[in-house]
Design a protein around this ligand. Structure first.
Ligand SMILES: Nc1nc2c(ncn2[C@@H]2O[C@H](COP(=O)(O)OP(=O)(O)O)[C@@H](O)[C@H]2O)c(=O)[nH]1
Ligand SMILES: Nc1ncnc2c1ncn2[C@@H]1O[C@H](COP(=O)(O)OP(=O)(O)O)[C@@H](O)[C@H]1O
Length: 444
């Protein structure tokens, strides 16, 4: 009986799987799609070419939405770029992390082969940022740095809590410190986007807390626990979800004690909860990105990369703020062979080339003579994906679109355009299936 069942599934896999095989070093990663009537999933297998043995790794992170076709391109030794066709752009670009610091860490912890999905660069726009992680991991520290460096870009969603204020905490700034009966009443009246019981207290994000940030035109940052992240995921608020992990449990405990804000009993409770939170960080579909906060500066740099922030974009530099570190989206109006007609989705359409150039100053000054923009639509060649093989970033800023016009770029142009990146690039043959293209500033 058992044997028959196995045979059936193998046969089914052989007929229904659409697979891509990507060589990275001595390994071949086979990324396949398997359909059965109830659900679709992506199957990943690794062939060690030296020993000719197959391994099925533990797969972490959120799996991409499956489409009929996808391209897989090795970016470097750490990750593979996957482009899903026929879905909105912000769903189309993914990385399969195969040897990033996070994957290495998880491999050690789990004692098995590990790969992890993470969402690609596009579509982050100005979505709110949800940051979760165990108590003492450094969420508050990272957020405080971000708020200090970019005060006009980010706003903190001030939660309500029933816990008592710590010595340096200010009511209305760090939290709205509130009676339990008041929070419960407000929750029952639908004033909260989410709430949760954490470490014996109630914490919640009021709708007003988020709106007061977005009303100021700022990007909202939410420091909420894993349960809260789950609720926001299920809500209509489209956000980016980041989980901050400690380098080790011991280090987490050390930080929590060194902070000196909790009693021993509270520390013990937080450590117990931390284990559960760390386990849940791998829940499918919950977090888009996992950041390890080992060295603070490195982690902060990685966070900035995730949020497409370059050093030269700090708030002191007004030019950059007005000048568009934000992405610009273009809809594909028509496609013909490798040529596509793009239409800006925003008011920039009215300004045509001028607006594009001023938005992408560093980019435009090198290619102004090549790219010809009509007033509302622009004819460009199919963009090629240029993966970075130097960037340490796990996610953001690792790839960019190369927009060419009627002439091809010469290597010289490519170098200028990607002066922080080597020339190695791969073609995304199937990128023509993308529905829209987002162009963003590169860190030059
Ligand atoms: N669900 C939810 N969790 C929150 C909210 N505000 C804070 N938290 C979480 O509650 C937990 C405890 O926060 P806090 O008491 O400030 O302690 P800390 O994490 O040690 O800094 C953390 O995991 C926070 O992310 C909220 O509005 N909603
Ligand atoms: N990367 C790091 N290395 C060492 N200590 C850190 C690091 N990040 C944060 N800390 C310290 O750890 C303690 C907990 O950080 P905090 O930001 O309060 O964590 P959380 O908000 O996640 O509870 C603080 O004393 C903070 O200064």
């Amino acid at each position: 009986m058992g044997e028959e069942a196995v045979e059936f599934s193998v046969e089914k896999a052989a007929t229904n799987c659409k697979q891509s095989a990507v060589d990275v070093g001595d390994r071949t990663y086979v990324i396949g799609r398997s359909d059965d009537d109830s659900k679709s999933s992506i199957i990943i297998k690794i062939l060690d070419k030296l020993t000719q043995t197959w391994v099925v790794p533990t797969v972490l992170g959120t799996q991409p939405t499956l489409t009929e076709s996808q391209s897989a391109i090795p970016v470097n030794d750490e990750k593979i770029l996957i482009i899903e066709n026929g879905v909105p752009l912000n769903e189309s670009i993914w990385f399969l992390e195969i040897d990033t610091p996070f994957v290495k860490q998880q491999r050690k912890i789990k004692g098995t082969e590990v790969v992890s999905w993470s969402k690609g660069v596009v579509g982050v726009g100005q979505k709110p940022v949800v940051i979760s992680g165990p108590s003492g991991v450094g969420k508050g520290t990272l957020i405080a740095k971000l708020m200090k460096d970019y005060p006009s870009k980010f706003g903190f969603s001030v939660s309500h809590t029933t816990r008592s204020p710590r010595e340096k905490e200010i009511d209305g700034v760090h939290y709205h410190f509130t009676e339990r009966s008041k929070i419960e009443k407000d929750i029952s009246e639908g004033k909260f986007l989410e709430f949760a019981h954490v470490h014996g207290n109630v914490y919640g994000t009021s709708i007003e807390a988020v709106e007061s940030v977005t009303d100021e035109g700022k990007r909202c940052i939410l420091d909420i626990d894993v349960q809260g992240a789950r609720s926001v995921r299920a809500s209509s608020l489209e956000a980016i979800f980041i989980f901050v992990c400690p380098p080790s449990f011991k280090e987490l405990e050390k930080r929590l004690r060194a902070r000196g804000t909790e009693t021993e009993e509270q520390i013990q409770k937080r450590l117990r909860n931390a284990r559960a939170e760390l386990d849940q960080s791998n829940s499918p579909g919950l977090f888009d990105h996992l950041l390890v906060n080992d060295d603070l500066e490195t982690c902060y740099e990685n966070l900035k990369k995730l949020l497409s922030l370059d050093d030269d974009q700090e708030d002191s530099d007004d030019l950059f703020i007005n000048d568009g570190k934000q992405t610009t989206s273009y809809s594909i109006v028509s496609k013909h062979d490798s040529e596509i007609l793009l239409q800006p989705e925003t008011d920039e359409a009215n300004n045509g080339a001028a607006s594009f150039y001023s938005e992408h100053k560093g980019f435009a000054c090198h290619c102004a003579s090549e790219v010809r923009w009509a007033s509302t639509t622009s004819k460009v060649r199919l963009p090629e994906m240029i993966p970075s093989s130097t960037s340490q970033s796990l996610h953001m800023d690792a790839i960019c679109f190369k927009i060419t016009s009627y002439q091809e770029y010469t290597p010289h142009h490519l170098q200028v355009q990607n002066k922080h990146r080597p020339q190695a690039f791969a073609k995304a043959e199937n990128a023509v299936g993308l529905e829209a293209i987002t162009i963003w500033r590169k860190g030059d």
